[in-house]
Design a protein around this ligand. Structure first.
Ligand code: ES4
Ligand code: ZN
Length: 319
Protein backbone atom coordinates (compact mmCIF):
# COMPACT_ATOMS: atom_id res chain seq x y z
CA UNK A 1 0.00 0.00 0.00
CA UNK A 2 1.47 3.34 -0.98
CA UNK A 3 1.72 5.97 1.75
CA UNK A 4 -1.41 8.17 1.85
CA UNK A 5 -0.44 11.66 0.74
CA UNK A 6 -1.72 14.98 -0.57
CA UNK A 7 -0.44 16.43 -3.82
CA UNK A 8 -0.07 20.21 -3.62
CA UNK A 9 1.93 21.05 -6.75
CA UNK A 10 0.41 19.62 -9.89
CA UNK A 11 -0.34 21.37 -13.18
CA UNK A 12 -3.29 19.55 -14.75
CA UNK A 13 -2.03 20.44 -18.26
CA UNK A 14 1.23 18.73 -17.28
CA UNK A 15 -0.58 15.41 -16.84
CA UNK A 16 -1.28 15.16 -20.58
CA UNK A 17 0.31 11.82 -21.52
CA UNK A 18 1.29 11.25 -25.19
CA UNK A 19 -1.45 8.61 -25.64
CA UNK A 20 -4.16 11.01 -24.54
CA UNK A 21 -2.62 13.89 -26.52
CA UNK A 22 -2.91 11.86 -29.75
CA UNK A 23 -6.40 10.61 -28.87
CA UNK A 24 -7.64 14.17 -28.26
CA UNK A 25 -5.86 15.42 -31.39
CA UNK A 26 -7.78 12.82 -33.43
CA UNK A 27 -11.08 13.59 -31.70
CA UNK A 28 -10.71 17.32 -32.32
CA UNK A 29 -9.12 17.22 -35.77
CA UNK A 30 -5.98 18.93 -34.50
CA UNK A 31 -2.68 17.94 -36.10
CA UNK A 32 0.42 17.61 -33.93
CA UNK A 33 3.91 18.15 -35.38
CA UNK A 34 5.02 14.68 -34.20
CA UNK A 35 4.62 11.49 -36.22
CA UNK A 36 3.61 9.33 -33.27
CA UNK A 37 3.81 8.89 -29.51
CA UNK A 38 7.42 7.75 -29.61
CA UNK A 39 8.45 10.79 -31.65
CA UNK A 40 6.68 12.99 -29.11
CA UNK A 41 8.42 11.29 -26.20
CA UNK A 42 11.72 12.00 -27.93
CA UNK A 43 10.98 15.71 -27.50
CA UNK A 44 10.92 15.31 -23.70
CA UNK A 45 14.56 16.33 -23.29
CA UNK A 46 14.68 19.69 -21.65
CA UNK A 47 17.50 22.16 -21.18
CA UNK A 48 15.70 24.36 -18.69
CA UNK A 49 12.24 25.59 -17.70
CA UNK A 50 11.65 27.53 -20.94
CA UNK A 51 12.43 24.60 -23.22
CA UNK A 52 9.87 22.55 -21.31
CA UNK A 53 7.26 25.34 -21.35
CA UNK A 54 7.51 25.57 -25.16
CA UNK A 55 6.35 21.95 -25.52
CA UNK A 56 3.86 22.22 -22.65
CA UNK A 57 2.06 25.15 -24.34
CA UNK A 58 2.30 23.57 -27.79
CA UNK A 59 0.59 20.33 -26.74
CA UNK A 60 -2.31 22.16 -25.11
CA UNK A 61 -3.68 22.72 -28.63
CA UNK A 62 -5.47 19.36 -28.30
CA UNK A 63 -7.53 20.54 -25.30
CA UNK A 64 -10.67 22.14 -26.73
CA UNK A 65 -13.91 20.94 -25.10
CA UNK A 66 -15.30 20.40 -21.61
CA UNK A 67 -15.02 16.68 -22.23
CA UNK A 68 -11.29 17.04 -23.01
CA UNK A 69 -10.63 18.72 -19.66
CA UNK A 70 -12.82 16.15 -17.91
CA UNK A 71 -10.93 13.25 -19.49
CA UNK A 72 -7.58 14.86 -18.67
CA UNK A 73 -8.49 15.31 -15.01
CA UNK A 74 -10.03 11.85 -14.67
CA UNK A 75 -6.90 10.23 -16.08
CA UNK A 76 -4.76 12.14 -13.59
CA UNK A 77 -7.01 11.36 -10.61
CA UNK A 78 -7.00 7.64 -11.41
CA UNK A 79 -3.21 7.54 -11.61
CA UNK A 80 -2.78 9.66 -8.50
CA UNK A 81 -5.18 7.48 -6.51
CA UNK A 82 -3.22 4.38 -7.50
CA UNK A 83 -0.12 6.00 -6.00
CA UNK A 84 -1.72 6.84 -2.65
CA UNK A 85 -2.85 10.41 -3.33
CA UNK A 86 -5.97 11.10 -1.20
CA UNK A 87 -6.17 14.83 -1.78
CA UNK A 88 -5.02 16.92 -4.75
CA UNK A 89 -4.76 20.69 -5.10
CA UNK A 90 -4.71 21.14 -8.84
CA UNK A 91 -3.27 24.07 -10.78
CA UNK A 92 -4.65 25.15 -14.13
CA UNK A 93 -3.47 27.86 -16.55
CA UNK A 94 -6.56 29.65 -17.93
CA UNK A 95 -4.59 32.25 -19.92
CA UNK A 96 -3.00 29.51 -22.01
CA UNK A 97 -6.51 28.40 -23.00
CA UNK A 98 -8.17 31.81 -23.33
CA UNK A 99 -5.39 32.77 -25.77
CA UNK A 100 -6.47 29.84 -27.99
CA UNK A 101 -10.13 30.79 -27.90
CA UNK A 102 -11.11 28.26 -25.22
CA UNK A 103 -13.32 29.97 -22.66
CA UNK A 104 -12.94 30.01 -18.89
CA UNK A 105 -16.26 28.19 -18.49
CA UNK A 106 -15.15 25.34 -20.77
CA UNK A 107 -12.01 24.81 -18.69
CA UNK A 108 -13.54 25.13 -15.22
CA UNK A 109 -16.76 23.21 -15.96
CA UNK A 110 -14.81 20.50 -17.75
CA UNK A 111 -12.35 20.07 -14.90
CA UNK A 112 -15.23 20.20 -12.42
CA UNK A 113 -17.01 17.27 -14.08
CA UNK A 114 -14.05 15.17 -12.94
CA UNK A 115 -13.22 16.95 -9.67
CA UNK A 116 -16.83 17.03 -8.50
CA UNK A 117 -17.06 13.24 -8.65
CA UNK A 118 -13.49 12.48 -7.61
CA UNK A 119 -14.14 11.71 -3.98
CA UNK A 120 -16.70 9.03 -4.89
CA UNK A 121 -14.99 7.76 -7.99
CA UNK A 122 -11.31 7.86 -7.03
CA UNK A 123 -11.28 8.44 -3.27
CA UNK A 124 -9.44 11.71 -3.86
CA UNK A 125 -10.68 15.06 -2.51
CA UNK A 126 -9.68 18.06 -4.60
CA UNK A 127 -9.19 21.80 -4.73
CA UNK A 128 -8.67 23.97 -7.82
CA UNK A 129 -6.00 26.69 -7.96
CA UNK A 130 -5.99 29.13 -10.88
CA UNK A 131 -2.50 30.22 -11.93
CA UNK A 132 -1.47 33.43 -13.63
CA UNK A 133 1.26 33.26 -16.26
CA UNK A 134 4.00 35.52 -14.91
CA UNK A 135 5.48 36.14 -18.38
CA UNK A 136 2.17 37.75 -19.37
CA UNK A 137 1.21 41.24 -18.15
CA UNK A 138 -0.36 42.10 -14.81
CA UNK A 139 -3.31 43.54 -16.78
CA UNK A 140 -3.86 40.18 -18.46
CA UNK A 141 -3.79 38.49 -15.04
CA UNK A 142 -6.35 40.98 -13.73
CA UNK A 143 -8.64 40.32 -16.72
CA UNK A 144 -8.28 36.60 -16.05
CA UNK A 145 -9.29 37.07 -12.40
CA UNK A 146 -12.33 38.99 -13.65
CA UNK A 147 -13.23 36.20 -16.07
CA UNK A 148 -13.09 33.72 -13.17
CA UNK A 149 -15.62 35.60 -11.03
CA UNK A 150 -18.62 33.47 -12.11
CA UNK A 151 -16.69 30.34 -11.04
CA UNK A 152 -15.31 31.35 -7.66
CA UNK A 153 -17.35 28.67 -5.87
CA UNK A 154 -15.11 26.18 -7.65
CA UNK A 155 -11.77 27.93 -7.26
CA UNK A 156 -9.95 27.84 -3.90
CA UNK A 157 -6.94 29.95 -4.67
CA UNK A 158 -4.57 31.61 -7.08
CA UNK A 159 -0.98 30.77 -8.05
CA UNK A 160 1.77 32.15 -10.24
CA UNK A 161 3.68 30.04 -12.75
CA UNK A 162 5.51 29.95 -16.12
CA UNK A 163 8.89 31.59 -16.89
CA UNK A 164 10.20 32.94 -13.58
CA UNK A 165 13.41 34.90 -14.18
CA UNK A 166 12.70 38.55 -15.06
CA UNK A 167 9.13 38.32 -13.76
CA UNK A 168 9.34 39.03 -10.03
CA UNK A 169 6.32 38.56 -7.77
CA UNK A 170 5.93 42.31 -7.22
CA UNK A 171 4.62 42.59 -10.79
CA UNK A 172 1.42 40.93 -9.53
CA UNK A 173 0.90 42.90 -6.30
CA UNK A 174 -2.48 44.37 -7.30
CA UNK A 175 -3.77 41.10 -8.73
CA UNK A 176 -2.98 39.25 -5.51
CA UNK A 177 -4.58 42.03 -3.46
CA UNK A 178 -7.73 41.66 -5.56
CA UNK A 179 -7.63 37.87 -5.20
CA UNK A 180 -7.29 38.14 -1.42
CA UNK A 181 -10.25 40.55 -1.32
CA UNK A 182 -12.30 37.88 -3.12
CA UNK A 183 -11.43 35.38 -0.36
CA UNK A 184 -8.99 33.36 -2.47
CA UNK A 185 -6.01 31.53 -0.95
CA UNK A 186 -2.62 32.50 -2.38
CA UNK A 187 0.45 30.52 -3.46
CA UNK A 188 3.22 31.28 -5.98
CA UNK A 189 6.09 29.54 -7.71
CA UNK A 190 9.32 31.12 -6.46
CA UNK A 191 12.94 30.07 -6.24
CA UNK A 192 12.66 27.44 -8.98
CA UNK A 193 15.02 29.22 -11.40
CA UNK A 194 14.66 32.65 -9.79
CA UNK A 195 16.67 34.00 -6.86
CA UNK A 196 15.87 33.75 -3.13
CA UNK A 197 14.73 37.40 -3.24
CA UNK A 198 11.68 36.26 -5.26
CA UNK A 199 10.73 33.93 -2.40
CA UNK A 200 10.92 36.84 0.05
CA UNK A 201 8.83 38.99 -2.29
CA UNK A 202 6.19 36.30 -2.73
CA UNK A 203 5.78 36.17 1.05
CA UNK A 204 5.98 39.91 1.77
CA UNK A 205 4.28 41.42 -1.27
CA UNK A 206 1.87 38.71 -2.44
CA UNK A 207 1.08 37.29 1.01
CA UNK A 208 1.35 33.68 -0.10
CA UNK A 209 0.75 30.80 2.32
CA UNK A 210 2.99 28.32 0.52
CA UNK A 211 5.95 28.56 -1.83
CA UNK A 212 5.91 26.34 -4.91
CA UNK A 213 9.44 24.91 -5.33
CA UNK A 214 11.44 27.33 -3.15
CA UNK A 215 14.53 25.30 -3.93
CA UNK A 216 16.82 28.32 -4.19
CA UNK A 217 15.75 29.60 -0.77
CA UNK A 218 18.57 27.38 0.47
CA UNK A 219 21.06 29.98 -0.84
CA UNK A 220 19.95 32.54 1.77
CA UNK A 221 20.48 31.49 5.42
CA UNK A 222 18.32 34.30 6.81
CA UNK A 223 15.46 33.24 4.53
CA UNK A 224 15.83 29.60 5.56
CA UNK A 225 15.63 30.68 9.20
CA UNK A 226 12.43 32.61 8.49
CA UNK A 227 10.82 29.74 6.55
CA UNK A 228 11.64 27.34 9.39
CA UNK A 229 10.37 29.72 12.08
CA UNK A 230 7.11 30.45 10.27
CA UNK A 231 6.68 26.86 9.05
CA UNK A 232 6.11 28.03 5.49
CA UNK A 233 5.41 24.96 3.37
CA UNK A 234 7.58 24.38 0.29
CA UNK A 235 6.08 22.23 -2.47
CA UNK A 236 9.18 20.55 -3.86
CA UNK A 237 9.19 18.52 -7.08
CA UNK A 238 12.35 16.41 -7.19
CA UNK A 239 11.92 14.69 -10.57
CA UNK A 240 10.97 18.03 -12.14
CA UNK A 241 14.17 19.60 -10.80
CA UNK A 242 16.22 16.85 -12.45
CA UNK A 243 14.46 17.07 -15.82
CA UNK A 244 14.66 20.87 -15.91
CA UNK A 245 18.28 20.76 -14.75
CA UNK A 246 17.69 22.80 -11.62
CA UNK A 247 19.79 20.11 -9.94
CA UNK A 248 22.47 18.06 -11.73
CA UNK A 249 21.24 14.65 -10.60
CA UNK A 250 18.65 13.44 -8.10
CA UNK A 251 21.50 12.40 -5.80
CA UNK A 252 22.43 16.11 -5.57
CA UNK A 253 18.95 17.19 -4.52
CA UNK A 254 18.98 19.25 -1.30
CA UNK A 255 15.78 17.70 0.11
CA UNK A 256 17.55 15.75 2.91
CA UNK A 257 19.48 18.85 3.98
CA UNK A 258 16.31 20.93 3.81
CA UNK A 259 14.48 18.48 6.09
CA UNK A 260 17.47 18.42 8.45
CA UNK A 261 17.35 22.23 8.56
CA UNK A 262 13.74 22.01 9.76
CA UNK A 263 12.03 23.27 6.62
CA UNK A 264 8.44 22.17 6.06
CA UNK A 265 8.94 20.29 2.80
CA UNK A 266 6.43 18.39 0.70
CA UNK A 267 7.10 16.16 -2.34
CA UNK A 268 5.01 16.59 -5.47
CA UNK A 269 5.04 15.79 -9.18
CA UNK A 270 4.64 19.18 -10.97
CA UNK A 271 4.09 17.94 -14.58
CA UNK A 272 4.16 14.16 -14.22
CA UNK A 273 3.57 13.29 -17.88
CA UNK A 274 6.70 15.23 -18.81
CA UNK A 275 9.02 14.61 -15.87
CA UNK A 276 8.88 10.86 -15.50
CA UNK A 277 6.60 10.28 -12.58
CA UNK A 278 3.53 10.89 -10.44
CA UNK A 279 3.50 11.64 -6.71
CA UNK A 280 4.29 8.10 -5.59
CA UNK A 281 7.10 7.87 -8.14
CA UNK A 282 8.63 11.03 -6.65
CA UNK A 283 8.37 9.52 -3.14
CA UNK A 284 9.96 6.28 -4.39
CA UNK A 285 12.76 8.19 -6.10
CA UNK A 286 13.73 10.20 -3.03
CA UNK A 287 13.57 7.06 -0.89
CA UNK A 288 15.75 5.05 -3.26
CA UNK A 289 18.21 7.73 -4.35
CA UNK A 290 18.40 10.06 -1.37
CA UNK A 291 18.14 7.31 1.23
CA UNK A 292 15.27 8.90 3.14
CA UNK A 293 14.05 6.56 5.87
CA UNK A 294 10.50 5.64 6.85
CA UNK A 295 10.29 8.47 9.40
CA UNK A 296 11.26 11.10 6.83
CA UNK A 297 8.79 9.72 4.27
CA UNK A 298 6.03 9.83 6.90
CA UNK A 299 7.01 13.38 7.78
CA UNK A 300 6.70 14.36 4.10
CA UNK A 301 3.28 12.72 3.83
CA UNK A 302 2.08 14.34 7.07
CA UNK A 303 3.37 17.74 5.93
CA UNK A 304 1.39 17.39 2.71
CA UNK A 305 -1.91 17.24 4.64
CA UNK A 306 -0.90 19.94 7.12
CA UNK A 307 0.10 22.28 4.29
CA UNK A 308 -3.08 21.59 2.30
CA UNK A 309 -6.12 23.83 2.14
CA UNK A 310 -8.28 21.13 3.71
CA UNK A 311 -9.89 22.81 6.65
CA UNK A 312 -13.17 21.53 8.00
CA UNK A 313 -13.48 18.47 10.18
CA UNK A 314 -15.33 16.55 7.55
CA UNK A 315 -12.32 16.94 5.24
CA UNK A 316 -9.88 15.79 7.87
CA UNK A 317 -12.01 12.85 9.01
CA UNK A 318 -11.91 11.61 5.45
CA UNK A 319 -8.11 11.17 5.66
C1 ES4 B 1 5.72 24.66 -14.59
CL1 ES4 B 1 7.79 23.24 -13.60
C2 ES4 B 1 6.92 24.69 -13.88
N1 ES4 B 1 7.45 25.85 -13.49
C3 ES4 B 1 6.79 26.98 -13.77
N2 ES4 B 1 5.64 27.02 -14.44
C4 ES4 B 1 5.11 25.86 -14.84
N3 ES4 B 1 3.98 25.60 -15.52
C5 ES4 B 1 3.90 24.28 -15.67
N4 ES4 B 1 4.95 23.70 -15.12
ZN1 ZN C 1 5.05 23.98 -11.06
Amino acid sequence: MPLPKAELHLHIEGTLEPELAFALAARNGVSLPYADEDALREAYRFEDLQSFLNLYYELMAVLRTERDFEDLANAYLARAAAQGVRHAEIFFDPQAHLARGVEMGTVVEGLWRALGTSRDRHGVSTRLIMCFLRDESAESAMRTLDAAKPYLDRITGVGLDSAEVGHPPVKFREVYEAAAALGLRRVAHAGEEGPPAYVVEALDVLGVERIDHGLRATEDPALVERLVRDRVPLTLCPLSNVRLRTVDTLADHPLPAMLDAGLMCTVNSDDPAYFGGYAGDNFDAVRDTLGLGEDRLRELARNSFLASFLEDEEDLRAR
